[in-house]
Design a protein around this ligand. Structure first.
Ligand SMILES: NC(=O)c1ccc[n+]([C@@H]2O[C@H](COP(=O)([O-])OP(=O)(O)OC[C@H]3O[C@@H](n4cnc5c(N)ncnc54)[C@H](O)[C@@H]3O)[C@@H](O)[C@H]2O)c1
Length: 392
């Protein structure tokens, strides 16, 4: 067996995503990973101390020491950080969403009060800058969309590939009772609300599967052509009755969304995303094809079903993301990260960095996902009228 290559990694950001990236790095087995340090605007000291890695004084200092940078910052800085890594000839693993529009910088910027065509134009320009930086770089952009690498989505890819299936309709959803990150409540940090924050996951899986279908049968990906969108801010309704189970402090973002995507071949996908659903995270996608039908139950799934008669019994036991109570029946996830695709995506990316392995979730997929979402925001502003999607 050939000796494993060593890859030097850096982490940017020190929040939730940076934590699960680090856990996934620890499981990489195809290469030796040496984490050089962390750089973040806040929480870096604590993050570095807990993991025994140095805190770097600047982004540039971290980039210099690395072959690959994990961009785990809030979305408004993805372009800046990823482009800095690419310009230095390094790889950038970029968390979702790739980029977006984060306002005009004015103190009274509000997500409800600006034309969404402006958002789309800025977002498309940002995509172009990122793709140009990648083209000119020795490195590559690796898009950390874990749904692409979730084992159930990869099993569906195998079914598609081996049976030459035609997908007629995909529907899917990511929902729960509200994101933990404080910054999530503001368009200026997140680039939108739940349609981008959660909708990007099932949407990207749908785009990936349709692209795969096309490549298998004709050598050409089947891309999104147009989209209708609807968004709502249910927890900001004056009549919303807060009983304490659903996060409801959003400043200017949507908490419910629907995208109806029409692909180049006329087939369709319906993608729901919301922050108003109790009972634990709800991540699934259903594929209705001409020769099979599949449910990918990312979370919950029935790998385990447990009945617990008393809440206190499970006080030290993690059950599943965002579950409100551990009493009664639940579906504990025996390995939630694995079901979600986190270790698989990081393993795949290190194989690309070390050995040039092909990338399933690349910058083109990332660009098409974000372009579809901003077209859907334009559509929502127009009451759900169809809007063309620019693809890359
Ligand atoms: N794939 C998933 O399942 C998943 C889950 C949660 C979050 N995310 C994504 O991960 C990213 C981070 O989300 P989070 O929940 O960890 O946020 P967070 O608020 O918990 O942490 C963000 C971190 O980024 C740092 N940061 C922000 N701008 C920076 C900059 N310019 N330079 C250096 N550091 C900067 C902050 O200081 C903070 O440490 C977001 O893009 C989010 O959409 C993905």
């Amino acid at each position: 067996m050939n000796a494993k290559k060593t890859v030097r990694a850096g982490i940017v950001g020190a929040g939730f995503a940076a934590a699960f990236h680090f856990e996934a790095i620890k499981k990489v087995h195809g290469a030796n990973v040496e984490v050089q340090g962390v750089y973040a605007l806040d929480r870096a000291e604590e993050y570095g101390r807990e993991r025994g890695i140095p805190v770097m004084p600047s982004l540039a200092a971290l980039i210099e020491k690395c072959d690959v940078l994990h961009v785990c910052t809030t979305a408004q800085s993805h372009e800046e950080v990823a482009v800095a890594a690419l310009k230095a000839g390094k790889f950038a693993i970029v968390e979702k969403p790739l980029t977006g529009y984060f306002g005009d910088g004015s103190p009274d910027f509000h997500g409800d009060r600006f034309p969404k065509t402006v958002a789309m134009e800025h977002c498309l320009a940002s995509i172009e800058r990122i793709l140009a930086a990648e083209k000119a770089s020795k490195g590559r952009l690796l898009y950390a969309e874990n749904w692409v690498y979730a084992p159930s989505i990869q099993k569906e890819r195998e079914i598609l590939t081996k049976t030459g299936a035609q997908i007629l309709w995909i529907h899917g959803e990511e929902s729960h009772s509200g994101s933990h990150a404080k910054t999530y409540a503001y368009w200026k940090f997140s680039g939108g609300g739940v349609m981008i924050g959660k909708g990007c996951h099932p949407l990207t899986a749908a785009l990936y599967l349709k692209a795969t279908e096309g490549k298998v049968r004709t050598g050409k990906p089947i891309r999104p052509a147009k989209v209708c969108g609807h968004t709502h801010a249910i927890t900001r309704l004056p009549g919303f009755r807060n009983e304490g189970h659903i996060r409801c402090d959003y400043f200017d973002i949507d908490d419910f969304s629907l995208m109806h995507v029409v692909f180049e071949d006329g087939t369709v996908a319906d993608i729901f995303a919301s922050d108003i659903v109790l009972g634990g995270i709800h991540n699934w996608i259903e594929v209705a094809a001409n020769n099979h039908r599949t449910f990918c139950n990312i979370n919950p799934n029935s790998a385990m079903q447990t009945y617990n008669p008393a809440e206190a019994n499970f006080k030290d036991i993690y059950v599943v993301e965002k579950i409100g109570t551990k009493q009664g029946w639940s579906n504990p996830s025996p390995d939630e990260d694995w079901m979600t695709g986190y270790p698989q995506e990081i393993e795949a990316f290190y194989r690309t960095v070390a050995y040039g392995a092909p990338v399933e979730s690349d910058s083109g997929l990332a660009a098409n996902a974000i372009s579809t979402i901003y077209s859907a925001y334009v559509s929502a502003e127009r009451g759900g009228a169809e809007v063309a999607v620019k693809t890359f």
